[in-house]
Design a protein around this ligand. Structure first.
Ligand SMILES: [Zn+2]
Length: 251
């Protein structure tokens, strides 16, 4: 299975990766490495994709924390796997538990992985336009500080494959909302069309929280431009699979 990783995250203390659509077992429109059970793909195929990922990253496949994502700014602290229960309704998971992988799923939205090497705490965050407008970044970093005494200047942040500004046209109402939130600088206007740069908002928010520029990596892969490699909700017209961002503290 092809995986994308960041050089900013140390491999000796941590396991992390971003999956893509290739190398799995599924058929169209979920071909082939879909990680989500809720999109209409065959459950046995999704399970098999999960098993392959777990074997490749060396974690026990039944020990995993996932979420029912709702484009909110809700953050949950997790201390045990939720593989056998309903996943919590939220868009960010944080933990300081060893050997507990956190997973975020996306298809154009931005998967964000955070790591504080001093506090030994991690986060997996789902942020599309709605999550960015609601500043889920700030909530996640605040919760990491409250629960694990994490300090933002120590945090490393990686933004995984997601839709680029050129591929992310929005309507005027969303442009007005961006303006209201003082994110005008992240909108490109071409005549009467508007294009939103979600990752620019997220990077701004990370820096406003105190994360150093040198601690932030934005992976330069657009899920829509590269939709043969990644699942893209927009490029695939809504019916598609999900790739995963995954992070785990190692024992
Ligand atoms: Zn693009």
């Amino acid at each position: 299975m092809k995986l994308f990783t960041s050089k900013l995250l140390p491999s000796t203390l941590l396991t992390h990766a971003f999956t893509c659509r290739t190398g799995g077992n599924g058929r169209a429109p979920y071909c082939s490495n879909n990680m989500a059970f809720h999109v209409g793909d065959h459950p046995a195929v999704v399970t098999r994709n999960h098993l392959v990922l777990a074997a490749q990253l060396q974690y026990r496949h039944h020990v995993l924390a996932t979420m029912k994502q709702l484009h909110s700014n809700r953050v949950m602290v997790v201390s045990t796997s939720n593989s056998n229960t309903l996943p919590p309704e939220c868009d960010a998971l944080i933990t300081n538990q060893i050997d507990l992988p956190l997973m975020v799923m996306t298809a154009d939205c931005t998967p964000i992985l955070l790591y504080d090497p001093d506090a030994h705490a991690i986060a997996a965050i789902h942020a599309g336009r709605a999550g960015a407008f609601q500043n889920i970044i700030k909530n996640s970093i605040t919760m990491m500080a409250e629960h694990f005494d994490s300090k933002s200047e120590n945090i490393i942040a990686v933004l995984g494959p997601s839709i680029c500004q050129n591929c992310y046209e929005v309507n005027e109402k969303i442009y007005e909302e961006a303006k209201h939130l003082r994110y005008d600088n992240t909108v490109l206007q071409k005549e009467d069309r508007f294009f939103l740069h979600v990752n620019q908002i997220l990077v701004q928010q990370l820096q406003e929280c105190g994360v150093a520029k040198s601690h932030i990596e934005v992976m330069q892969h657009c899920t829509s431009c590269e939709h043969h490699t990644f699942f893209s909700y927009r490029a695939d017209s809504g019916t598609t699979g999900r790739q995963a961002g995954i992070i785990m503290l190692r024992s």
